[in-house]
Design a protein around this ligand. Structure first.
Ligand SMILES: [Mn+2]
Length: 311
């Protein structure tokens, strides 16, 4: 599979790399790392990472801005995105061919090559394999990004599918990329005192039902009070894992800029991405997200999750 993808990369002069909307560290790290690796390997190629930028994760590097006509006839490599509708920032009319590299559960076929590995901890893990098994270039900065993608999606190896592969791949990455793990952890996990207080606010204000559902709605005012953006709660949600009496937890946050409500859902054991799909969202079996247009949908979603726990 990796060889096949490498042949396609070799073939195309223009390559566009995209990922899902609402980028997370895995999606961004994979995207920027693959772009930089292809560019270093084939300096004469035009390679672009597209999609809206994410200020919070600016340490991964910058995405590119380019008019659709300028990538006419390009190869698109879509990372970490199981369905066409959630590919961010690319007009598919200008694309000649698509390759999908993803670790989400299968949703739809939209590419001529679909490399899907649900067992992979992250898309970044798959990109490491792609790079190490082909002639693509690995530098320390590229390895650093991929390492951060892996630790983000696996939550520092807490979510492992009981597979030793992520450890093998990461060991190779650390060695070949000459990584300073301590410095990287410091960069990723250092937080402000405001964030710590905000996390305490969430823990204090969760409503917990007798079926084991914890839910919280964060209004624009609360987010402002703590000086955090609507994406922050979603980035903290894994900190509420392993709590006795909580099997599913969901946090909603008002996103004024996009005029919607973000919902981030986590579960310990009960599959929840089908519920997320019902509400136009998606994700993994136990880690999903939604964007709701109306506040009335919040209660409906909470009810569906309650039903899940009852059954
Ligand atoms: Mn991912």
């Amino acid at each position: 599979m990796q060889k096949k993808i490498f042949q396609k990369i070799k073939k195309y002069q223009k390559i566009v790399i995209a990922r899902h909307i609402g980028p997370d560290p895995d999606a961004l790290a994979s995207q920027i790392a693959l772009r930089d690796s292809i560019k270093l390997t084939f300096p004469q190629k035009e390679v672009y990472a597209l999609g809206s930028p994410a200020a919070r994760f600016s340490y991964f590097g910058r995405t590119d801005k380019i008019a659709s006509e300028d990538y006419e006839g390009a190869l698109l490599i879509a990372l970490d995105v199981p369905d066409r509708a959630r590919i961010d920032g690319v007009d598919l009319n200008f694309i000649a061919e698509i390759i999908k590299i993803d670790h989400h559960p299968f949703m739809e076929e939209y590419a001529s090559i679909e490399w899907i590995n649900e067992k992979a901890s992250s898309t970044a893990e798959m990109i490491v394999k792609l790079i190490l098994k082909t002639k693509l270039t690995l530098t320390t900065p590229i390895a650093e990004k991929l390492f951060m993608g892996i630790i983000a999606d696996s939550n520092r190896f807490l979510f492992t599918n009981n597979s030793p592969n992520v450890f093998r791949v990461t060991a190779d990455l650390i060695e070949k990329g000459e990584l300073d793990i301590k410095a990287l952890y410091e960069m990723v996990y250092k937080r402000t005192i405001t964030e710590l207080r905000f996390q305490s606010y969430i823990g204090t204000n969760f409503t917990i039902t007798e079926n084991g559902l914890a839910h919280l709605y964060l209004s624009h005012d609360v987010l402002q009070e703590y000086n955090v953006d609507p994406a922050t709660p979603g980035n903290m949600i894994n900190n509420f894992n392993y709590v006795e009496g909580i099997d599913i937890w969901v946090i909603f946050s008002e996103d004024r800029a996009n005029d919607n409500i973000r919902g981030t859902i986590r579960s310990r054991g009960v599959v929840i991405n089908d519920v997320a799909n019902e509400f136009g969202g998606g994700g993994h079996e136990f880690a999903s997200g939604v964007r709701l247009n109306k506040k009335s949908e919040v209660a409906l979603l909470i009810n569906r999750l309650e039903e899940k726990l009852k059954n």
